[in-house]
Design a protein around this ligand. Structure first.
Ligand code: SF4
Ligand code: SF4
Length: 165
């Protein structure tokens, strides 16, 4: 289980997550095999998985798509306790550096909380604990099995620690 860095109250006031400019965006969470089974079983008949990612639906706001599990009325996740690893990690990302083929724990500075607090000692301490967890033997084995989770995100982002997969 990953301890959460952000208090829920911060994210409930934000409009940054769970919305995408394209329905098939790289930012739509990609799911491990177990996560695909888990969310599909939790939402039978809803078609919540598409192409190994969470499905999206057109949003009322022009040009936006919501994660299929997003609840606009509460600005919240319908499956919060079972949300996938990518959602638990964000604003941290597992990023495959296309220049050297190495995998890093990175931070998406588009998250306003990350942009404001990434230099705080508590933030950096959390990143260190997260890197240690992701480099544990069980997690490394998981990433070796689930290579689809290793994506190269667009844009520059700080690399906190290497994940030695
Ligand atoms: S962008 Fe950051 S602060 Fe906003 S909802 Fe996402 S994780 Fe929370
Ligand atoms: S699974 Fe939940 S937290 Fe993750 S993108 Fe969808 S609505 Fe957001």
């Amino acid at each position: 289980m990953i301890k959460q860095l952000l208090d829920c109250s911060v994210c409930l006031q934000c409009r940054g997550c769970c919305r995408f400019s394209e329905g098939n965006s790289i930012w739509v969470p990609v799911l491990s095999s177990a996560e695909q089974d888990s969310v599909s079983k939790a939402c039978p008949g809803e078609g919540v998985v598409a192409g190994g990612r969470l499905a999206t639906v057109p949003a009322p706001e022009e040009g936006l798509h919501y994660c299929v599990l997003f609840s606009p009325s509460g600005n919240s996740c319908r499956l919060y306790s079972r949300r996938p690893l990518e959602c638990r990690l964000y604003p941290f990302l597992i990023n495959l550096n296309p220049d050297n083929g190495r995998v890093f724990l990175c931070l998406d500075m588009n998250c306003p909380f990350a942009a404001e607090h990434h230099k705080d000692s508590s933030f950096r301490e959390y990143a260190g604990c997260l890197a240690e967890y992701l480099n544990s033997p069980a997690r490394l084995e998981f990433f070796r099995r689930e290579k689809r989770l290793l994506q190269s995100y667009p844009g520059e982002m700080p690399e906190f620690a290497e994940i030695k997969i």
